[in-house]
Design a protein around this ligand. Structure first.
Ligand SMILES: CC(=O)N[C@H]1CCN(c2c(Cl)cnc3[nH]c(-c4cn(C)nc4C)nc23)C1
Length: 278
């Protein structure tokens, strides 16, 4: 097979560009193929004048250094980057299965096996990040992708790219923020544990637990932890038990990532290989 000289930097000429996958404030993401190897990637284009305008060089560099250093089956790879006069190009792993959110909206909710497998994968990915002192992986649903085997991939570098379909309602939503964040207190990695509780609820019921007509009402429901479980045959008592141990106001009292992975509902329902053939 074709082996590339590792020293030779990539350039745009090395890629054939395909359809747009998503777009956002800082640029677009395209399906692309490396010409010689036929290797398929997602190519994220960021306009330099946008970076200059918002003074975001150091944040972008930090995000790229972090993303390049993270190697985990549930974190989307950043293979490298290159630039031309007006654009920076990030060479990203392509997730063939698309957005997990699409699967959730299509079926209305996930099975307990799917939900437990994805919560387990997220917990493992976050434990890996926290182990490398990388916190605050922004795990909103639009950042969760699936590979060709249905394995979850966290695709976020802080450059939230609004994908090309649906989820316009997502941007600016408070639904996933923990109390200490909406109350603007300092927060640490325990916010991710809260978000896992939100996601687990949403995977099983089809919508986040504190959804309300207005942001103000969502805010009130979050700070009050106004949690209720509608009667639903698809949701077991163990699932509710896990969610109730994550959606706890005091960050120090939330179930740790290790305890999540050992929870009976996870042990019983999660696929050990993290693969959930859809
Ligand atoms: C957070 C984020 O980046 N969201 C969007 C934009 C790029 N991005 C992808 C990224 Cl960054 C990587 N792989 C992807 N695969 C897909 C995709 C595949 N199908 C069948 N449909 C889609 C959509 N999208 C990506 C998804």
């Amino acid at each position: 097979p074709y082996v590339r000289d590792p020293e030779k930097p990539f350039s745009l000429a090395d890629f054939e560009i395909g359809r747009p996958l998503g777009k956002g404030k800082f640029g677009r993401v395209y399906l692309a193929r490396e010409v010689k190897s036929h290797f398929v990637v997602a190519l994220k284009v960021i306009f330099k004048e946008q970076i200059e305008k918002y003074k975001l060089h150091h944040q972008l560099r930090r995000e790229m250094e972090i993303q390049t250093s993270l190697r985990h089956p549930n974190i989307l790879r950043l293979f490298g980057w290159f630039d031309d006069d007006e654009r920076i190009f990030l060479i990203l792993e392509y997730a063939h299965g698309g957005e997990l959110y699409g699967l959730l909206k299509e079926n209305g909710h996930l099975t307990e096996q799917q939900a437990a497998t994805y919560i387990s994968s997220l917990s493992q990915a976050l434990a890996y990040c926290h182990g490398k002192c990388v916190i605050h992986r922004d795990i909103k649903p639009e950042n969760l992708l699936l590979d060709h085997e249905g394995r979850l991939k966290i695709a976020d570098f802080g450059w939230s790219v609004q994908s090309s379909n649906k989820r316009k309602t997502m941007c600016g939503t408070l639904d996933y923020l923990a109390p200490e964040m909406v109350e603007n207190k300092d927060h640490d990695h325990a916010v991710d544990n809260w978000t896992l509780g939100i996601l687990c609820y949403e995977f099983l019921y089809g919508n986040p637990p504190f959804e309300a007509e207005s942001q103000k009402d969502t805010f009130k429901r979050i700070v009050k932890v106004d949690l209720s479980f509608p009667d639903n045959p698809n949701v077991s008592a163990e699932a509710k038990n896990l969610i109730s141990q994550l959606l706890v106001k005091d960050p120090s009292k939330r179930l740790s990532l290790t305890k999540i992975m050992q929870h009976p509902w996870i042990v019983k329902n999660a696929d050990p290989k993290g693969v959930c053939l859809i």
